[in-house]
Write a protein that binds this ligand. Structure first.
Ligand code: ZN
Length: 273
């Protein structure tokens, strides 16, 4: 699933093609794509609106239009393509926006997990998200206080989009490795200096991920090369780059989790099993 660095890369690439475009018509090829509103309302009301910008919030792509806002979540296999009108619609295209120029936007969604919202009140959805980890307002102190308030295992907590927005399985495993924290460490037992290191690690892996245009690994997204810099994710049984110990893979809250049992030792933070 695309995480913050991949969505950020996609957003940056879409800006030139989408900003200022006027929507001439919309086609909904699979109605389940649209979370809200009703298809008829969507197709009627989106016509004539301009795309004012392309932004990201967490893992959402945000398109503020002249009146409403379009939110797109790619989930497992979603992709956004801008094609010339002379190019055909593809098999997995689920929603199409035709512009007044020679192009159209296709939301391709092979496995049908991705969703689109067309709403006058995007805060109803985006307001539930936790802080943006790369914003200046997200401080080490804030992270420490949030960790204290929750009494949960650190890995599932970092994946919880209400706690912090944009982290997924890859960048969470990488950040915990960099911070030397065991994925099962209990959040309220993480000490202040460890929280500071974790804060720095989260920002470092996300920043590096963006710099490398994201990770091209097991989904439709291509073009990034952060997969060549991963320390633990996808490296089960391979030697840790720091200590040589084989990387382990365990299940934490249904999610495959990679870590180094030497560098991320249980006694570094109390661990709940
Ligand atoms: Zn190690």
């Amino acid at each position: 699933m695309p995480e913050l660095p991949e969505v950020e890369t996609i957003v940056n690439r879409l800006q030139a093609d989408l900003i200022g475009r006027k929507i001439e018509s919309a086609d909904l090829l699979w109605e389940g794509t649209l979370s809200t509103p009703e298809p008829a309302h969507f197709k009627k009301n989106i016509v004539g609106q301009y795309i004012s910008t392309v932004k990201r919030r967490g893992k959402y792509i945000v398109l503020p239009l002249s009146v409403d806002t379009l939110l797109i979540h790619l989930r497992m296999s979603g992709d956004i393509l801008v094609r010339g009108k002379d190019e055909p619609i593809h098999k997995h295209d689920r929603l199409v926006l035709y512009f007044e120029n020679e192009h159209y936007l296709a939301f391709s969604n092979m496995r049908k997990f991705g969703r689109v919202w067309f709403t006058p009140t995007p805060e109803d959805i985006l307001g539930k998200l936790g802080p943006e980890p790369l914003d200046d307002s997200f401080t080490a102190k804030m992270l420490y206080e949030k960790l204290k308030r929750h009494k949960r295992q650190i890995k599932p907590l970092l994946l919880d989009q209400r706690f912090i927005a944009g982290m997924g399985n890859i960048y969470t495993d990488e950040a915990l490795y960099l911070a030397g924290l065991h994925p099962l460490a209990k959040s309220d037992l993480i000490e202040r200096h460890q929280a500071q290191i974790l804060w720095r690690s989260i920002r470092k892996v996300l920043t590096e991920g963006i710099k490398r245009n994201g990770t091209s690994i097991d989904w439709i997204y291509r073009g990034g090369d952060f997969q060549n810099y991963l320390q633990v994710y996808g490296r089960k049984n391979k030697p840790c780059f720091k200590c040589g110990t084989p990387i382990q893979k365990i299940k934490v809250g249904q999610r495959g989790t990679h870590f180094c049992p030497q560098c991320q030792r249980r006694e570094f933070a109390h661990v709940e099993t």
